[in-house]
Design a binder for this molecule. Sequence first.
Ligand code: PNS
Length: 162
Amino acid sequence: MKRSVIYPGSFDPVTLGHLQVIRRAAKMFDKVIVAVLINSSKTPTFSIEERTDLLRQVTADLDNVEIAGFEGLLAAYARERGVTAIVKGLRAVSDFEYEFQMAIANKKLNPDLETIFITADSDLMYLSSSMVREIGSMGGDISNFVPECVHDRIVDRLRYKK
Ligand code: PNS
């Protein structure tokens, strides 16, 4: 039986931490669906097209990774796609409470759904998209935080952000 997993997030923009989770999940599962949240209460800096495009570029070498946008409830999207596992990256302990709450809520909404946590490497534990946005928009060096192949695109976009 083919095992698929959904890796959901805002990916605003993709970081080395996200890429590490995708690569690890791609080794564990037959297929990884990276599900990019389209509408959220937060207004993203990068459009849905930009976020999915950057993700496609950084996962181009991974045959079993699909990049997709999703709207609404994750639990409903998983049901629609016939997927019963979600993977999330856990960084510091500070992530735990929020992620634990979401895992329980998702399980209540869709009892077939399991949430699996992958821990980040210690050098990526501090990393977040919001940190990348802040440093990049102020002209700081983000080369240790984002995949090399999309570095220049992200830098340009943040520098000339409206
Ligand atoms: O990268 P993020 O912003 O931490 O990702 C959050 C995401 C997209 C995983 C979360 O906001 C989500 O699942 N949103 C979809 C709406 C939903 O299902 N909400 C209830 C979750 S308990």
